[in-house]
Design a protein around this ligand. Structure first.
Ligand code: PLP
Length: 358
């Protein structure tokens, strides 16, 4: 058995850090930088039956990993993205953690890894947030980003799944403003390289989904675009999603988003927006959206945990730049206010989506 860390205690954080309400740092300067926090959570699977046990908080730090591990050699790994939010009255809460747990379990099935139960996952998230509470930024300054990982840490020589997997959660405070951006997104449609292929792993949060698009996203950014909007891999005709977030279009009272049929990541923000928009009386459709139709939309927006809801100001396709409505008087703004209001504890959580961290 490989061990990264010996737990320093029985899974309980010491009181030293938790006594301070906020970590000493300039919250106004918060961006998207690497900031080590106090603790991370680690739990390993049993090689015999694949069950997870003895999870514990350990001081945040580097991990030892065997060169033979399946994650390094064969990319057997998944990630999740969540946030802990500070409410206006200083409380800390997380949003729909069971959904992330279930999504990780789906991904684990696809990559042939054992995974923690939903209860274990949620308990681990609560523990790691509680232990790093002082790193949850004050309301309005950002959120504590949570990054759960599940990876094949066990050693293999032949091409096969790892005999042992590691579940790890680390945290990092980040700003609300995505990568310093204060304007709406300008997207470039790339019709050369798709993000995901039918039968591939685009529908799960596989660690290998991002590196293949680094190059095209970098090229788009060099041309001044904020990100790339990818088309389907078969007909190069339907919009799928942006590199790290889902896309929606608004036309009159109808809000549409591409269906999650394997090439689109089933975002939890996406799912939440579908529900909130339906409650507001919009007709929400999950269906294929052609580029032609997108270019005729009134509004376009993106959703994801990191970006929240971002309005899209323009989409460029075949050297033509089409502009969309943005600003205060939009459907996008209405949905933004709703979801950020729930996250901040300003609006009542009628759905049982919020889990408070005491
Ligand atoms: C994580 C992710 C999203 C957004 O999912 P959320 O659950 O809303 O954060 C969208 N697209 C891709 C490719 C992603 O990796």
């Amino acid at each position: 058995m490989e061990t990264f860390y010996q737990p320093t205690n029985n899974g309980e954080a010491s009181n030293r850090e938790t006594e301070d309400i906020y970590a000493k740092m300039d919250w106004d300067k918060l961006g998207f930088d690497v900031i080590p926090t106090d603790y991370m959570y680690i739990m390993k699977s049993n090689e015999q039956d694949g069950t997870f046990s003895n999870g514990a908080l350990v001081p945040f730090g580097t991990i030892d990993i065997n060169p033979h591990s399946a994650v390094l050699n064969y990319g057997q790994g998944l990630f999740e993205g969540m946030k802990a939010y500070r409410t206006t009255d200083g409380e800390v809460q997380i949003f729909r953690p069971e959904e992330n747990a279930l999504r990780m379990r789906m991904g684990a099935e696809r990559l042939l890894m054992p995974s923690p139960s939903v209860e274990q996952y949620v308990e681990a998230v609560k523990q790691v947030v509680r232990a790093n509470k002082r790193w949850v930024p004050p309301h309005g300054k950002g959120a504590l980003y949570l990054r759960p990982l599940l990876f094949g840490s066990g050693s293999v020589m032949g091409i096969s799944p790892a005999p042992q997997c590691t579940f790890l959660i680390y945290t990092n405070p980040i700003s609300n403003i995505y990568k310093g951006r204060t304007e709406s997104l300008s997207l470039l449609i790339d019709n050369k390289l798709p993000r995901a292929y039918p039968g591939g792993t685009g529908g799960v949060k596989n660690i290998g989904n991002y590196a293949p698009v680094f190059q095209v996203v970098k090229e788009a950014k060099a041309k001044g675009f904020s990100d790339v909007l990818f088309l389907d891999a078969v007909e190069h005709k339907y919009i799928e999603e942006v590199s790290s977030c889902n896309a929606f279009i608004v036309k009159g009272k109808v809000i549409s988003t591409s269906p999650t049929l394997g090439t689109i990541l089933p975002g939890i923000t996406r799912k939440t927006i579908i529900e909130l928009a339906s409650d507001l009386g919009y007709q929400v459709k999950e269906r294929k959206i052609s580029v032609k139709e997108l270019l005729r939309a009134n509004e376009v927006f993106c959703t994801g945990t990191a970006v929240g809801i971002s309005d899209v100001g323009s989409v460029t396709y075949k050297n033509k730049c089409i502009k969309f409505k943005t600003g205060p008087d939009t459907v996008t703004q209405k949905l933004y206010d709703l979801i950020t209001g729930i996250h901040a504890g300003l609006l009542e959580d009628k759905k049982g989506w919020i889990v408070k961290i005491d």
